[in-house]
Design a protein around this ligand. Structure first.
Ligand code: PLP
Length: 495
């Protein structure tokens, strides 16, 4: 048998000491072909043999030199592969005694060889953020470059945002049905930055804030870090419960309420106009600021794009609404450009807050945003078309391979909010990473800890082929069973 190691007497803890020779291990390894880097491929192949039971545990791996000779590769390559095996828990070493096979803490031996995909090779389903076609970015750079040089002789600080961009954002609001002047616009480094500025200006630690549950995790985290007290209102598959929103506003009288009424992240829902009007009235009665996140408003896949939420307010109520928007989902998150629309007086105060924060955003990024916004009529339909195709590919693959998972098709946005039928999301996310899919359990979207263990947000922001591959990998992960521990020590971050 290719993998049978040779036996030596007994080791220090009484186990039979076994050593795998260089040529023997080489014979068990698949041909690396053109896979690069070789050391990573080698480490993955050895760990797969261990997981598959074809190399036993506590077996001494060949001396680095022997394996290098047998594989006709350099010794440092073998050293790097052994280092990676040690880092990932598939090997232990003792000075002078060699390198021994092992299993990472918490791993279960499994009949299925796991991919042990390196984190950078994992398909990223944790971030619902589409890329921008290279050509589009290159053309925007061509337009922005000469305009940047015009700014070279200026200090380059624009705490309110570049005047041209403020005007373009104001014009976009006006076109969508909410008359806006540039003085009502503050350009920020993304929607998340806009929210943190608002929280910093309007809230004190201990203040109550009304949030949806589920909601956008980074918004929830910003509130926790500002030591605010979230009061949650549910968003279910059938939408918002406006009676609960009204009674929460009446009883809790929160300082502000944060809502994502346009293709909600993660639920994908669109709040009906009558409900918007009721929420506006209730917030006005309670004296609560409404912070409306319209980051996903352009992503109307099956319905017309909604007008701004604040356009439904009566003249007296409009001063109570702060609208947040972003380039990130309609164009590209890498620009780090967002904005907020608020009464001009508040914009001035928020700009003061912003100066204390970062003095202003990058001029180049703002010029790129301008170049892209100028082409919105041409670029957005292409983005929507692509998203529809990807949503269809993801839905088909899930229906075919994971029919026990259910979801409601959202009218827009970037993701499916999938019901797994059992509370396994965290453990599943852990296992999925072993199979090369980075995804986070529904609990990250919960305002109150411990819920949505039955949910996964699956974004359709990558290509149809990648989504199909991701579903295959998730299917394999599920078939492998779930790890016993669902808690995880790896860092999470979601967009
Ligand atoms: C609802 C919502 N708000 C804010 C953000 C963050 O946007 P930005 O990249 O502009 O900071 C996101 C990104 O996923 C989002 O979905």
């Amino acid at each position: 048998m290719a993998g049978s190691p040779s036996f030596r007497p007994v080791d220090r803890v009484g186990r039979v000491e076994r050593t795998l020779g260089g040529r023997r291990l080489a014979a068990m390894l698949p041909d690396p072909g053109t896979t690069r880097p070789v050391y990573r491929h080698l480490a993955q192949a050895i760990s797969a043999l261990i997981l598959d039971g074809r190399i036993a545990l506590h077996v001494r791996l060949p001396a680095e030199r022997d394996l290098a000779v047998a594989l006709e590769i350099s010794r440092p390559t073998v050293t790097a592969a052994y280092d990676l095996l040690r880092e990932s828990g598939y090997a232990h070493s003792r000075q002078g005694a060699g390198t021994w096979t092992a299993l990472p803490e918490g791993a279960r031996p499994s009949g299925v060889a796991r991919a042990l995909a390196p984190p950078d090779a994992a398909i990223d389903l944790a971030r619902a953020a589409p890329g921008l076609p290279e050509q589009v970015l290159a053309e925007a750079l061509d337009r922005a470059g000469p305009r940047l040089t015009e700014h070279a002789h200026t200090p380059g600080y624009h705490p309110y945002g570049l005047p041209e961009l403020r005007a373009a954002v104001a014009e976009r609001f006006t076109r969508r049905g909410l008359a806006t002047v540039p003085d009502q616009v503050l350009v920020t480094s993304g929607a998340q930055h806009a929210l943190t500025l608002v929280l910093g200006l309007l809230c004190e630690p201990g203040d109550r804030v009304m949030v949806e549950s589920p909601s956008y995790p980074n918004a929830l985290e910003a509130m926790r870090r500002a030591r605010l007290r979230p009061v949650s209102v549910p968003v279910t598959d059938s939408g918002w419960d406006v009676e609960i929103i009204e009674s929460t506003l009446r009883q809790a009288v929160p300082k502000l309420a944060f809502l994502i009424p346009d293709f909600h992240n993660p639920a994908g829902l669109l709040m009906p106009v009558e409900e918007r009007v009721r929420v506006l009235r209730a917030a006005r009665r309670a004296g609560t600021w409404l912070v409306i996140d319209e980051t996903l408003a352009d992503l109307a896949l099956d319905v017309p794009a909604p007008p701004p939420f604040a356009s439904h307010a009566t003249p007296g109520g409009i001063g109570q609404v702060i609208t947040i928007g972003s380039m990130s989902k309609s164009y590209w998150g890498g620009l780090r450009i967002g904005w907020l629309r608020a009464p001009a007086r508040l914009v001035t105060e928020l700009a003061g807050q912003r100066i204390a924060n970062d003095l202003g955003g990058s001029v180049l990024d703002q010029l790129l945003a301008l170049a892209l916004l100028a082409r919105s009529a041409e670029l957005l339909p292409l983005r929507l078309e692509r998203l529809r195709e990807q949503r269809a590919a993801l839905s088909e693959a899930l229906s075919a391979h994971l029919p026990q998972w259910t979801w409601r098709q959202p009218p827009g946005g970037l993701s499916l909010w999938v019901d797994l039928g059992e509370p396994i999301a965290s453990a599943f996310a852990e296992r999925a990473l072993d199979y090369g899919v980075r995804i986070e359990g529904g609990g990250h979207f919960a305002a109150d800890p411990g819920v949505f263990e039955q949910r996964l947000r699956i974004p359709y922001t990558t290509s149809a082929g990648t989504l199909r591959e991701a579903v295959q990998r998730m299917l394999a992960a599920l078939a492998d069973g779930l790890p016993l521990r669902s808690a995880t020590r790896r860092p999470h971050w979601i967009a």
